[in-house]
Design a protein around this ligand. Structure first.
Ligand code: CP
Ligand code: NVA
Length: 302
């Protein structure tokens, strides 16, 4: 396994299975109240250029649960916010902490951190990818479906960072993926090509009803990602037919599981009856961020 996690494709299929097995084991031990000090005296720096609820909390709790420590850093409060370079910041942070998790606007910032620092760098979401989210999604899918191979993973809506990581994750695990996106909002072409080169069967179409047919998994995300706020009105208009609602759910298999990385906007990309309904796995999915990230931290830090 690579010493950084910038893309879900930094992991092989074997790495993914190893992380999911470790995560399941840690999840079961946490439920029994077992505590650890494996990461005693290890510190994770968590650098944020954007808001977060799940990523921040789950990483901080993960470090606490493993006996280590996490420091939350808002870039605006750092010299980074006053013009210090990313490279120098990485060099300095590497003298203090054992790993850096960063949520950034430009994926390039993560690459710069990883190239100039000497500690593992974890992508906590960039404009291109959200690999930790997909690790949690994979754990949740395995818990509900017991397998990956041959499942129909259907993405509805924006071909964004989470969708990009989903294409790679599907390619790595043998799920067939169909993404229904409005014209002009398709996923990143280079990442699509990479997913196909990894052996992925990935269809990008514009028709959500057609995409949802025989879905084992229906997944979506917000229509307006962080950084896209200026396009709010245009996006709400363009994405209106791409809502996961009960009509769309009827197209899918009866036991379809519904995923959403959250935060959800009920009435926009998903209706309340679906996200709060019997097919929804979104809160298990959110919980699983904690368990997969613990597995990841153990792998990168111990
Ligand atoms: N899904 C996710 O990454 O949530 P946060 O933005 O709350 O971290
Ligand atoms: N695509 C969303 C995910 C939030 C967790 C965003 O980038 O804002």
């Amino acid at each position: 396994m690579s010493s950084h996690l910038l893309s879900i494709s930094d992991l092989s299929y074997a790495d993914i299975i190893y992380l999911l097995d470790t995560a399941s084991d840690l999840k079961e031990k946490r439920a029994r109240g077992k505590t650890f000090d494996i990461l005693k005296n290890k510190t994770l720096a968590m650098l944020f250029e954007k808001s977060s609820t799940r990523t921040r909390l789950s990483f901080e709790v993960a470090m606490t649960d493993l006996g280590g420590h996490a420091i939350y850093l808002n870039y605006k409060d750092m010299q980074l916010g006053r013009g210090e370079s990313v490279a120098d910041t990485a060099r300095v942070m590497s003298r203090y902490v054992h790993a850096i998790m960063a949520r950034v606007y430009k994926h390039e910032t993560l690459v710069e951190l990883s190239e100039n620092g000497t500690v593992p760098v974890i992508n906590g979401l960039s404009d291109l990818e959200h690999p930790c989210q997909l690790l949690a999604d994979l754990l949740t899918i395995r818990e509900y479906k017991g397998k990956f191979k041959g499942l129909n993973f259907v993405w509805i809506g924006d071909g964004n960072n989470v969708c990009n990581s989903a294409m790679l994750a599907c390619a790595l695990t043998g799920m067939k993926m169909t993404a229904a996106c409005p014209q002009g909002y398709e996923p990143n072409a280079e990442i699509l090509a990479k997913a196909r080169a990894l052996g992925g069967t990935i269809n990008i179409i514009n028709d959500p009803m057609k995409a949802a047919k025989k879905a084992d998994i229906l997944s979506t995300d917000v229509w307006v990602s962080m950084g896209d706020e200026e396009e709010y009105d245009q996006r709400l208009h363009d994405f209106a037919p791409y809502q996961i609602n009960s009509k769309l759910l009827e197209q899918a298999k009866h036991d379809v599981m519904v995923l959403h990385c959250l935060p959800a906007h009920r009435g926009e990309e998903i209706t309340a009856e679906v996200v709060d309904g019997p097919n929804s796995a979104v809160f298990d999915q959110a919980e699983n961020r904690l368990h997969v990230q613990k597995a990841l931290l153990l792998k990168l830090l111990s």
